[in-house]
Design a binder for this molecule. Structure first.
Ligand code: TXA
Ligand code: MG
Length: 352
């Protein structure tokens, strides 16, 4: 299959009617199209068409017990797919949507079991990206989408990454530039009385608690160690985000971390990379034969979420064998960053 790349202007996709119609027609005909969102790129198909949704699982090589998130562009569309919208869900939608915030609610029968992997809940979100919003509106369909990577690889944050994984597997990729946030949406389960965060993202726990009060957090996302208990979101149990390159996270006070990474890198016989913040980059300058990746600044954690997956992919592109990485506190967006880094490292953490 030939994969066509369509470039769309994030500033005014509504102006590009011809492209919108082309993409919407593919979707209405049960095809899969990769499109940008504000979090990561997704592999989109009609959420109500079982055969279309099966094509997503095939293209991704995704296990069928892992449910998909359904993307909507309006509250009218939401009503067609969920049983009811509880008060706390309404409050969160009003406060944040459109946003990288997925809310699990009880589904209606129109949403096929293939979309939700047999669960009676469905994850819904209204994305904050005009390209995907205009595509959903044009197709006038709720669209199911997982991240547009091959299962197990880091989520794509630009069209080039999607092409690497999906060329020949899907008919079309919409290139809308780099994603604003770079990590996947926060997931909160509001399908029962006790709200629970299943995946951390840019909409942080404190942002959510400021609107609906105390929430529980799935224990598997706050601990460094591998927990025996299965995570509540099926997809969180899979090996994920993992580059071939070994990743070691070095954790502790900044001075000690920098010193340790320097020593490790200097004495390592393998092809070495260092993932560091802008604040520490200068310390590693003089190291020879070491590739340094500046992940962003600690003064704006959004810069770090933006670069994280790109760097994980780059490690393998550069054929590095081991990468030493700074760690982050789990405050605010730090929780989302550490969740992805810890998974990428396979829980490989050194405390100094
Ligand atoms: O930002 C995002 O959420 C991106 C963009 C494309 O919207 N999507 C994304 O989808 O990250 P995916 O499939 O890569 O991750 C969705 C996660 C999986 O861990 C899945 O198990 C969980 O959400 N999930 C989806 N529906 C669920 C449900 N009904 N109950 C529990 N977990 C669910
Ligand atoms: Mg994913």
């Amino acid at each position: 299959m030939q994969t066509k790349v369509l470039t769309m202007d994030i500033k005014n996709p509504y102006n590009e009617k011809e492209k919108l119609v082309e993409v919407a027609t593919l979707l209405k005909n049960g095809e899969v199209v990769a499109c940008p969102t504000e979090s990561v790129y997704g592999l989109f198909a009609n959420a109500l068409d079982e055969d279309a949704v099966k094509k997503i699982y095939e293209a991704k090589g995704r296990p069928s017990d892992n449910p998909l998130i359904v993307h909507i562009s309006s509250y009218d569309m939401l009503e067609t797919i969920v049983m009811d919208v509880p008060k706390k869900a309404k409050l969160l939608m009003e406060a944040f949507w459109p946003a990288p915030l997925t809310i699990l609610l009880k589904k209606k029968d129109v949403v096929p079991a293939t979309t939700t992997a047999g669960l009676n809940t469905v994850g819904v979100r209204m994305p904050k990206n005009d390209i995907i919003l205009s595509i959903i509106e044009e197709a006038n369909l709720p669209l199911a989408a997982p991240s547009a990577n091959v299962s197990g690889k880091p989520s794509p944050t630009c069209a080039k990454h999607v092409l690497e994984d999906m060329e020949g597997r899907i008919p079309c990729i919409v290139d809308g530039g780099d994603c604003d946030f770079g990590v996947e949406s926060t997931i909160i389960d509001l399908s029962s009385d006790t709200p629970m965060i299943l995946r951390p993202g840019n909409i942080t726990i404190s942002m959510i608690e400021s609107v609906i009060g105390k929430v529980l957090v799935d224990a598997t996302i706050i601990n460094d160690s591998v927990i025996k208990e299965a995570p509540k979101a099926p997809g969180m149990k899979y090996k994920h985000y993992a580059p071939l390159c070994e990743v070691l996270i070095v954790k502790g006070e900044n001075d000690k971390v920098v010193k340790k990474i320097y020593e490790l890198a200097k004495n390592c016989p393998k092809k070495v990379g260092i993932i560091c913040t802008l604040e520490n980059e200068a310390f590693f300058k003089e190291l020879e034969n070491v590739k340094t990746f500046s992940i962003g600044t600690r003064s704006n954690l959004n810069t770090i979420t933006q670069n994280l997956f790109k760097i994980l992919r780059q490690l393998d592109e550069d054929k590095l064998e081991v990468a030493f990485c700074e760690s982050f506190s789990r405050d605010e967006e730090g929780l989302a960053i550490m969740n992805r880094l810890v998974k990428a490292s396979g829980h490989n953490i050194l405390e100094v």
